[in-house]
Design a protein around this ligand. Structure first.
Ligand code: ADP
Length: 294
């Protein structure tokens, strides 16, 4: 939690019309707007915002005109058919797309009111504040302990006492500690699929990110392991902000407070999860959630 986090009113556009992809707002928005005259329930804390975001791979446009707010300490779910740009958008929130050859990102993304694509911004530091968990758990062929300590060592922490403490904290946070506390020296690869995914979540949490991006984190897991990850997401939002891509609409409804629907590279609409699933404003959203396409 930082004082610099923007506190903005939930705009009427957001509440009644959603973030539309065609924002007329200027790309750079003043980070702080006094909300003193608003009742607390009408104000939300913004953690991140994207304005007029477009990403191209070579000459192929993957997403365009994406304008969306990410509210602090909430889970934002991104749904939509395969190939519509959800992962591309997710990766643009921590500059992970920078690692893709021939990519071009235009538009504006802010974290706590500061542009993350500014020329002076170090993407490594952005990724430390905005962590990521992928669809396929990808533990390193190292011990459970070293998997979690990895990011801490990269961040320059070498004192064993601190590493031990932070690794335990991250594993507790990821609801894995009780299952692995007696086998920290065993390979991370010896864990079950669900445990490996929670190990990767622990690895991401160890460096204490403020935002966690999750790209279909449970799609390769069985129902029990999926339920554990979903419970974990619900708990983690007390301490951080989560953006989760899922192709599973029930999962989006279970874990998120807000949902954005992507279709063919555009954000069709975003709003409270209940509203999106019960009273979508756009025909395309309705068709998708009722199974008419996708
Ligand atoms: P989703 O997450 O909704 O399945 P993606 O963001 O993965 O969608 O993909 C959006 C579009 O961008 C797709 O047409 C996909 O083929 C393309 N794309 C994604 N990643 C790359 C990449 N690294 N290089 C080239 N094209 C890509």
């Amino acid at each position: 939690m930082t004082d610099s986090r923007s506190r903005l009113p939930a705009s009427s556009r957001e509440r009644h019309g959603g973030d539309t992809q065609r924002s007329s707002e200027p790309a750079k928005v003043a980070p702080v707007v006094a909300a003193a005259t608003l009742s607390p329930e009408l104000s939300v804390e913004l953690k991140m915002r994207a304005r007029d975001l477009a990403v191209r791979y070579g000459d192929k446009t993957a997403i365009k005109d994406v304008t969306i707010d990410v509210h602090a300490n909430q889970v934002l779910a991104l749904i939509g058919p395969s190939g519509c740009g959800k992962s591309t958008f997710l990766r643009s929130l921590n500059r992970m797309n920078d690692t893709v050859p021939d990519v071009s990102v235009t538009g504006h993304v802010e974290l706590d009111g500061e542009a993350i694509y500014g020329p002076e911004v170090d993407p490594v530091l952005v990724r430390r504040r905005v962590g990521m968990v992928f669809q396929r758990s990808n533990p390193f062929p190292k011990s459970i302990f070293e998997n979690v300590a990895y990011g801490l060592r990269i961040a320059g922490i070498s004192e064993q006492r601190v590493l031990v403490e932070r690794v335990e904290r991250a594993l507790r946070h990821a609801a894995l500690w009780e299952e692995v506390k007696d086998r920290l020296d065993e390979s991370g690869l010896a864990l079950s699929g669900g445990q490996q995914q929670r190990l990767c979540i622990a690895r991401a949490l160890a460096v204490e990110p403020e935002v966690l991006l999750m790209d279909e984190p449970a799609s390769a897991l069985d129902p029990i392991a999926t339920a554990k990850v979903e419970d974990l997401v619900a708990e983690l939002r007390d301490e951080l902000t989560i953006v989760i891509v899922t192709h599973n609409m029930q999962q989006a409804a279970r874990v998120s407070q807000r949902t954005g629907f992507f279709y063919m590279g555009r954000l069709v609409e975003v709003g409270d999860t209940t509203q999106i699933f019960t009273r979508p404003r756009e025909r395309e959203t309705e068709d998708y959630i009722t199974g008419r396409f996708g």
